[in-house]
Design a protein around this ligand. Structure first.
Ligand code: FAD
Ligand code: NAD
Length: 475
């Protein structure tokens, strides 16, 4: 027998589970199929984000940050601690507990919203027929819906001659679960994951070397930010090697030897562990039957229009498996928009105001265009900036590193981009997203009262500085 739904969501990550909840809120009879199984062998909806991505990485970033500050910064406050030690299994168990709580929370939300949750693999056939193969091996289940949302996410990219074994050579999954601090950790790719997970183990005492193919560090960020960040991260102990191409890696006697090619020719480095973090690719394995009518792009993403419709009628797709940045909040907003479109409501996503955050310490966050992007297309702009070293709250908290940089249209003063390197940048960026969403100007932010003393005053001062009237810096 085929069970019929209004909406079936395949994939229960931040794209899929949020889409399912919104669809159910709108009165649609909804099912969500997700195959993720937690470390305890139990169903664990929440996708990459909750299980092996955003949340566990932030849990370890937080633990390791405490340990680092204890050793490097507390003395300045007059606090002395001797024999500080890290219990890695306890830190990992704390992380696992947080993951369990949140994935359990998704299961509860499914129940509360009367969403039928299937722990299995979903395959889309023609006519929006969906076949579910349960993870527990019980017989397949046939479902059918007026609308299907594909939210199958992404997986790590592997590189030739560097085989991930999960112990010595790992991707994000393994690097979130080391049982001890490696003495040396090599990281291929100095992108977001390399910097975040590299920072975790560096703070706990590993000697971390980042091997980056590109000549520029964090090329997606604004140059003023990435330059300052590189200096700070190097001081923290991260050995960042640019222009470095990895040709292969070999595990021998419990060590990993990496063969590199750089401007000096071929060389080798040996590490205790190696993390491969060279990007992620859309995951659609086993998702699409030949007759389902959904087409993929040349790069393997599910092809969608600007409203997330695929090439098959009534089939939508969201999140990491479609175009756009691979970010949890982007996936969730797409999920909400698609559910609302299905329910006949208007919905729109503004891809120009998706914030980016790198959870290093200090954090990096931005929204909108970088200076190099504006220059490349010949947009005339004014720049304002403000260093946290001149912000009272930052100094009081020992957080005087970094800056806020604001870019505004030279003619209309509309804010085109804001770039922050500093403590709590992840939270501070929201004000700038709101301003940009409302097509605000730097003058708007300059005239808004910001509480004193707060880090947000640096945004206020950067906005004032666009017009060269900052108070606490030279103009
Ligand atoms: P996913 O979260 O990948 O979920 C897809 C789900 O679908 C998975 O559970 C998968 O098992 C399931 N699935 C796939 N195919 C099928 C099928 N056929 N049947 C049933 N189930 C299926 N983003 C941020 O915004 N902030 C961060 O701080 C952040 N940190 C990250 C840290 C790491 C280490 C990693 C790896 C990623 C991080 N990301 C972060 C990215 C973020 O995790 C992704 O952008 C987000 O999870 C994408 O959501 P999604 O719903 O599209 O896919
Ligand atoms: P990334 O794209 O951020 O960085 C990959 C880096 O690897 C790039 O700098 C690239 O130049 C480099 N690279 C590629 N091939 C290489 C090679 N052969 N040798 C050496 N360097 C090479 O990818 P990632 O760090 O794997 O993260 C994947 C995605 O996950 C991110 O793009 C982001 O969408 C998401 N993510 C987001 C967050 C966050 O929002 N805080 C955190 C982690 C992951």
């Amino acid at each position: 027998m085929t069970e019929k739904f209004d909406v079936i969501v395949i994939g229960g990550g931040p794209g899929g589970y949020v889409a399912a909840i919104r669809a159910a809120q709108l009165g649609l009879n909804t099912a969500c199929i997700d195959k993720f199984t937690g470390k305890d062998g139990k169903p664990a909806p929440g996708g990459t984000c909750l299980n092996v991505g955003c949340i566990p990485s932030k849990a370890l970033l937080d633990s390791s940050k405490h340990f680092y500050h204890l050793q490097h910064d507390y003395a300045a406050h007059g606090i002395s601690v001797s024999d500080a030690a890290i219990d890695v299994p306890a830190m990992i168990a704390r992380k696992d507990g947080i993951v369990k709580k949140l994935t359990g929370g998704v299961t509860q939300l499914f129940k509360g919203n009367k969403i039928a949750y299937y722990h299995g693999t979903g395959k889309l056939h023609a006519g929006r027929q969906v076949e579910v193969s349960p993870v527990d091996g019980s017989g397949t289940v046939s479902l059918e819906a007026d609308n299907v949302i594909l939210a199958s996410g992404s997986v790590s990219i592997e590189i030739p001659h560097v085989a991930i074994d999960g112990k010595y050579i790992v991707d994000n999954v393994g690097a979130l679960d080391f049982d001890a601090v490696p003495e040396t950790l090599g990281v291929i790719g100095a992108g977001v994951i390399g910097l975040e997970l590299g920072s975790v183990w560096n703070r706990l005492g590993a000697k971390v070397t980042l091997l980056e193919a590109l000549p520029d560090f964090l090329a997606v960020a604004d140059k003023d930010i990435s330059k300052q960040a590189a200096r700070v991260f190097k001081k923290q102990g991260l050995d960042i090697r640019l222009n470095t191409l990895v040709k292969g890696a070999e595990i021998k006697d419990g060590k990993v030897t990496v063969t590199l090619g750089d401007k000096n020719g071929e060389s080798q480095l040996t590490f205790d562990r190696l993390l491969v973090s060279v990007g992620r690719k859309p995951y659609t394995e086993g998702l699409l039957a030949d007759d389902c009518g959904v087409q993929l792009t040349e790069r393997g993403r599910i092809q969608v229009d600007e409203q997330s419709r695929t090439t098959a009628a009534g089939v939508w797709s969201i999140g990491d498996c479609v175009r756009g940045p691979m970010l949890a909040h982007k996936a969730s907003e797409e999920g909400i928009a698609v559910a609302e479109l299905i329910a006949g409501k208007p919905a729109h996503i503004n891809f120009d105001t998706v914030p980016w955050v790198v959870y290093t310490d200090p954090e990096i966050a931005w929204v909108g265009k970088t200076e190099q992007e504006l220059k490349a297309v010949g947009t005339e702009f004014n720049t304002g900036s403000f260093p946290f070293a001149a912000n009272g709250r930052a100094l009081a908290g020992g957080q005087g590193t970094g800056l806020v940089k604001m870019l505004a249209d030279a003619h209309s003063d509309e804010i085109l981009g804001v770039h922050i390197f500093g403590a709590n940048a992840s939270e501070l960026i929201s004000e700038c997203v709101v301003a940009m969403e409302f097509q605000g100007s730097s003058e708007d932010l300059a005239r808004i009262i910001h509480a004193h003393p707060t880090l947000s005053e640096a945004i206020h001062e950067a906005a004032l500085h666009v017009d060269k009237r900052a108070i606490h810096r030279g103009n």
